[in-house]
Structures are given as structure tokens and as C-alpha cells.
Design a protein around this ligand. Structure first.
Ligand code: 8ID
Ligand code: ZN
Ligand code: ZN
Length: 348
């Protein structure tokens, strides 16, 4: 039975704290499903929304969250290919028009009509959330719902970013922010793709976790005398073939062009407030450096990222706490003190 009320974490004003309270259970529209969210990952994007970091307005009051894994409990009358009882996931891209040029090219996240879970529509930090059936992630029944939750944003995003970097098996990727939520998944997808991995982050705990997950080298941005030289050395001298910039701070975006290999690519993924990418025009030209952005992934990328997980190739560390403890997770994340991904359990 679907209740009429549920527990949720609600942001009532931008810059404020989230409030754990009871709100009504939403009703799915004709093209939507209602998902009983069991677990939801906490992404730094949720914290950017709380802090109002971006030049993009969010809904207020807002239920955040876009890594929600659960069970379909109701559906609108137009929905046919998702069944009651199926496992399904809420991801960042809640909906898109499906008819513009970007949608036709499967670049749904670039649709000018895109709606965003936990940002322009209520997301997964609640026990029941609505999702557009066309965009909902299909989760196989043999997946653990707590462990698969972070694949829905962190895993998907880094998987797609690695593909966009055009690196080939055997090449080297440097990952800035490797010990954070996106980073721990990036290390694992990169290893599964046969890449050498140089992890860049700060502190002993992050070093330990990155190396345990299979990183071949770790550069500590907090203690290094010369990060550019250290990253080049760790790559064997010429620099990494690709760089994934996953950090929620600007500094790595200013440095990557100094150490990436000639002909290599720099993929921007992190979204620090008011930040700029910097590269000398001369080097970019004569060393043929590619600099690009990568924004989540489409429905096919989602299916592929989940399939890597289902096959047992991705086992990144998660820490499960109650949904009621979300503010504590934000406080830790604000300090840069989160290693790997926190996942909230909506039952407590
Ligand atoms: O589609 C997208 N492009 C997308 C999808 C999901 C998330 C973008 N993001 C963005 C988020 O909005 C956020 O800005 O990616 C960024 C990282 O998200 P996250 O992994 O969820 O954040 P985190 O867990 O806080 O990890 C960030 C890591 O960066 C490290 C921190 O120590 C932390 O481990 N870091 C920082 I801050 N400064 C660093 C530096 N100078 C650094 N690592 C290396 N060098
Ligand atoms: Zn996210
Ligand atoms: Zn569109």
C-alpha cells in the first residue's frame, strides 16, 4: 500500500539547512512512475544546490537527490515498458523533450527543456519520488540497491567522461579528485577499461582508498612541492594521455594543461562555483591539447555503466547512514572530508 505521507529532507531556502519532515507522497503523471526509493547517494551537486553555487536557479522548497534506487510502486496510464515491482533509478536527468535536435541525437542532457532531479524537480531524498518512465534507469534485479545507487550519477558520469576522453586500454589517465565520490568510481571504471591510473587528491585516508581501489600512483595535492612534476613523473615522463577533472575546486582546472601529454585530452567534469579553465594558447596549439566538458550521460551510457557494476567490476566503497542524517553528510562534504560516497537509507 502506498501511504499518503512520507519522510523527506527539504531545503526551504537556498543557503539554509535541510529539514527532515513529513510531506505528501506525489502522484505520477500519465508518463511517469512512482518509485519507492530505498537508497540514495549524496553527490556534491546536491551540496552545490544547497549553497546556490551555480548560475542556474533551483526549485524552492526543494527535495534534493539524484542517485535514487528503489522499486516501482505505481505508474501512469501511458507507461508500458516499466512494470510494478521493477527496480528503477532516479538520475540527474529527470526529463527532456525527446523531439529537439539534441534529444534526437541522444544528447538528452543538452536539451534546453531538460528537467533535473533534485534541482528543478523534487529528487530522491524522500521515500517516494516520481520519475519520467522514458528516462528512469532500469536496474537488474540482481543488483544491490544501496551499492547501485551511486552508479546513477557518479558511476554514469565518470564512465561517460572516460569514453569522451578517447583513451585506449593501456594508456594513462590522471584523475583529480580521485578520493571523492566521482573519483572512487572513476578509478574502478578506468581499471576495468585497462588503463593506468594516477590518482590526485589530498590526505592519507584518500591515498589509502585510491591505492586499494587499484590506482597505480597517488599524488597528494596538499603536500606535494610540485604537483605538475609529480604527475608527469608518475606517468613515466610524457604526462597522462587524459585528465579527468572531478574536483569541486578550481585549482586542478588551472594546472592540467601543464602536465597532460601532447595530443592528450582534458575532460572537465567537476563544477566548482565561479571557476574558469585556464590553458596557454601556445601550448594548446603546438602540443595539440583537447579541452572538453562532459555532463552526465545518456540512457545508453546509463545502461552500460550499470552493466559494468552488475558484472562485479565496480566495488567502490560506500558508507550508509539514515536519510535523517543528510545534513551531517553535507557538513563533512563541505570540509572535503568525504572519502568515497555516502548513501542514505530512506527507512531511517
Ligand atoms: O555531469 C557532471 N559533469 C557531474 C556529475 C556529477 C557531479 C559533475 N559533478 C560535479 C559535482 O557537482 C562536483 O563539483 O563533480 C564535482 C565532484 O563531485 P563529487 O565527487 O560528488 O564530490 P566530492 O565527493 O566532494 O569529491 C571531490 C574531491 O575533490 C577533491 C576533494 O578532496 C574530494 O575528494 N579535491 C578538491 I575539493 N580540491 C582538489 C585538488 N586541488 C581535489 N583533488 C585534487 N586536487
Ligand atoms: Zn550527481
Ligand atoms: Zn529535447
Amino acid at each position: 500500500d502506498i501511504p499518503t505521507e512520507q519522510w523527506a529532507q527539504v531545503l526551504e531556502e537556498t543557503g539554509g539547512r535541510v529539514v527532515y519532515k513529513k510531506i505528501p507522497v506525489p502522484t505520477p503523471a500519465s508518463d511517469e512512475v512512482l518509485i519507492n526509493i530505498k537508497f540514495s547517494g549524496v553527490c556534491h551537486t546536491d551540496l552545490h544546490a544547497v549553497n546556490g553555487d551555480w548560475p542556474l536557479a533551483s526549485k524552492i522548497p526543494l527535495v534534493g537527490g539524484h542517485e535514487g534506487a528503489g522499486v516501482v510502486v505505481a505508474r501512469g496510464e501511458l507507461v508500458q515498458d516499466v512494470q510494478i515491482g521493477d527496480y528503477a533509478g532516479i538520475k540527474w536527468l529527470h526529463g527532456s523533450c525527446m523531439s529537439c535536435e539534441q534529444c534526437r541525437q541522444s544528447n538528452e542532457s543538452l536539451c534546453s527543456e531538460a528537467s533535473l532531479s533534485g534541482y528543478t524537480v523534487d529528487g530522491s531524498f524522500q521515500q517516494y519520488a516520481v520519475a519520467k518512465a522514458a528516462h528512469v534507469a532500469r536496474i537488474p534485479k540482481d543488483c544491490d540497491l544501496a551499492e547501485v545507487a551511486p552508479i546513477l550519477c557518479a558511476g554514469l558520469t565518470v564512465y561517460k567522461a572516460l569514453k569522451s576522453s578517447n583513451v585506449r586500454p593501456g594508456q594513462t589517465v590522471a584523475i583529480a579528485g580521485a578520493g571523492g565520490g566521482l573519483g572512487v568510481f572513476a578509478i574502478q571504471y578506468a581499471k576495468a577499461m585497462g588503463l593506468h591510473v594516477i590518482a590526485i587528491d589530498g590526505g592519507e585516508e584518500k591515498r589509502k582508498v585510491c591505492l586499494e581501489l587499484g590506482a597505480d600512483a597517488f599524488v597528494d595535492f596538499k603536500t606535494t612541492q610540485n604537483s605538475v612534476a609529480d604527475i608527469r613523473d608518475a606517468s613515466g615522463g610524457l604526462g597522462p594521455d587524459a585528465v579527468l577533472l572531478l574536483a569541486a575546486s578550481e585549482k586542478p582546472f588551472q594546472e592540467a594543461s601543464q602536465y597532460v601529454k601532447s595530443k592528450g585530452s582534458i575532460v572537465c567534469v567537476g563544477l566548482p562555483a565561479d571557476a574558469f579553465v585556464k590553458a596557454p594558447v601556445f601550448d594548446t596549439v603546438v602540443r595539440e591539447i583537447s579541452i572538453k566538458g562532459s555532463y552526465v550521460g545518456n540512457r545508453q551510457d546509463t545502461a552500460e555503466a550499470i552493466e559494468f557494476f552488475r558484472r562485479g567490476l565496480i566495488k567502490a566503497p560506500i558508507e550508509i547512514v539514515g536519510l535523517s542524517e543528510l545534513q551531517k553528510v553535507y557538513d563533512l562534504m563541505q570540509k572535503g572530508a568525504v572519502t568515497g560516497r555516502y548513501v542514505v537509507d530512506t527507512s531511517r
